[in-house]
Design a protein around this ligand. Structure first.
Ligand SMILES: Cc1ncc(COP(=O)(O)O)c(C=O)c1O
Length: 388
């Protein structure tokens, strides 16, 4: 029986798996059972910011495991507090709620918005077309793509979508009593599509006029991925709530919601919660991640390496008409091709480099934030061979 046969026999088939049997990871590389090394340029879908087996994460996890792996949220817990202090200090937000995943963070944000809106006599929450918020029912309600929603309705009431990057649609749909607008500053699953300056400006102006809550989904673009703490910083937006997850737990399940002082009293004890959210081992790993990633020198090196990568990709774009556009910020990059991206990604894999295909024609590159010139050059050489 092959490993694929075993997978087929065991699981609900919700994933299209890569044909690799990984033994372990080392830095930016994955090593399979037969000893082959793969350069991982999508870092577990934007999770492994420090690559694999980073000594700071490993040591923090080991230390915490020996103390306690779980207490429940009935207890005050030092790893949670230390993590919260770092998040608030570096983000400028005032309160945080910790959970386990991105979709849970968005569910929590929807609940917080609804609770706030009831007190204000507001209704109506919007997501964006082409967005991705997660797989739970609230998150799906913020989305429009049939690929994710088909067969799961009915969805939440009083939730709709605004055409992403269409200021006229914003103007049409936002009402004086709108409760909130959720958005990704750089749509990830949607193909690395940044918010346009015009759309961001109209969104900010309408929010100033009507006072709805602006909620940034920074689950993929946050915590250093774009060379800044959050992706929305590139567009001059100042959201009321921010959801985050993916890289923050160093590969362990961790996510959360950041909010402003104005929203601090919306929730009281018992109104929201989770058994595992803010797990101490995940928070210990998160503290190690944030200590490294949020160091200004570290993010400066991400920005410099990313500038080099974009420059080289732009040169390839001029040389190869099969590249339609290169988009993104920092280490969140979409190479939009004139053909389907999946076969190109497959060829790149055959040559020992892992990238991801999304939005039909986009090669998505999400390197570990620790990837430097050497890894970039290896990726570029392989990518060029594969599109020649
Ligand atoms: C922007 C965005 N929001 C939400 C999610 C959902 O996160 P999770 O898979 O941790 O539930 C994702 C996952 O890819 C994402 O990219």
């Amino acid at each position: 029986m092959t490993t694929t046969d075993r997978d087929n026999a065991l699981f609900f088939q919700t994933y299209k798996r890569l044909p690799l049997e990984v033994d372990h990871g080392e830095g930016c590389y994955l090593i399979t059972k037969d000893g082959t090394r793969y350069l991982d340029m999508f870092s577990g879908l934007a999770v492994n910011a420090l690559g694999y087996a980073h000594p700071a994460v490993t040591s923090a996890v080991e230390k915490q495991i020996r103390k306690y792996t779980h207490l429940s949220n009935l207890f005050l817990q030092e790893p949670q507090m230390a993590l919260a202090e770092k998040l608030l200090k570096h983000s400028g937000y005032d309160k945080v709620f910790l959970c386990n995943s991105g979709t849970e963070a968005n569910e929590g944000a929807i609940k917080l918005v609804r609770k706030w809106a009831k007190g204000q006599n507001r209704r109506g929450i919007f997501g964006m077309t082409n967005g991705f918020s997660g797989r739970t029912m609230g998150a799906l309600s913020l989305m429009d793509k049939e690929k994710y929603r088909d067969g799961y309705g009915p969805f939440l009431d009083e939730i709709g979508v605004i055409e992403f990057n269409d200021p006229a649609d914003l103007d049409r749909k936002i009402k004086p009593d709108t409760a909130a607008v959720f958005f990704e500053a750089i749509q990830g699953e949607g193909g690395i599509v940044p918010v346009s300056p015009e759309f961001a400006a109209v969104l900010a102006a309408l929010r100033k006029k009507y006072g709805f809550l602006l909620v940034a989904d920074e689950i993929q673009s946050g915590i250093g991925r774009t060379g800044t703490m959050f992706g929305f910083e590139h567009f001059g937006l100042t959201p009321d709530l921010v959801t985050f997850a993916k890289p923050v737990g160093g590969g362990l399940p961790l996510g959360g919601i950041l909010g402003t002082t104005a929203l601090a009293d919306v929730w009281a004890p018992g109104m929201h919660g989770t058994t595992f959210g803010g797990n101490p081992v995940a928070c210990a790993a998160g503290n190690a991640v944030l200590e490294i990633v949020l160091d200004p020198g570290f993010l400066e090196s991400v920005r410099m390496n990313a500038a080099y990568l974009f420059e080289r990709l732009d040169a390839l774009k001029h040389a190869y008409p099969v590249i339609r556009e290169v988009r993104g910020y920092g280490y969140m990059i979409g190479i939009d091709m004139t053909t389907e991206s999946a076969p190109i990604v497959e060829k790149i894999l055959q040559k020992g480099v892992l990238v991801n295909a999304t939005a039909h024609t986009v090669v998505r590159v999400l390197p570990p934030l620790v990837a430097g010139r050497e890894e970039i050059d290896t990726f570029l050489a392989v990518f060029e061979q594969c599109i020649q």
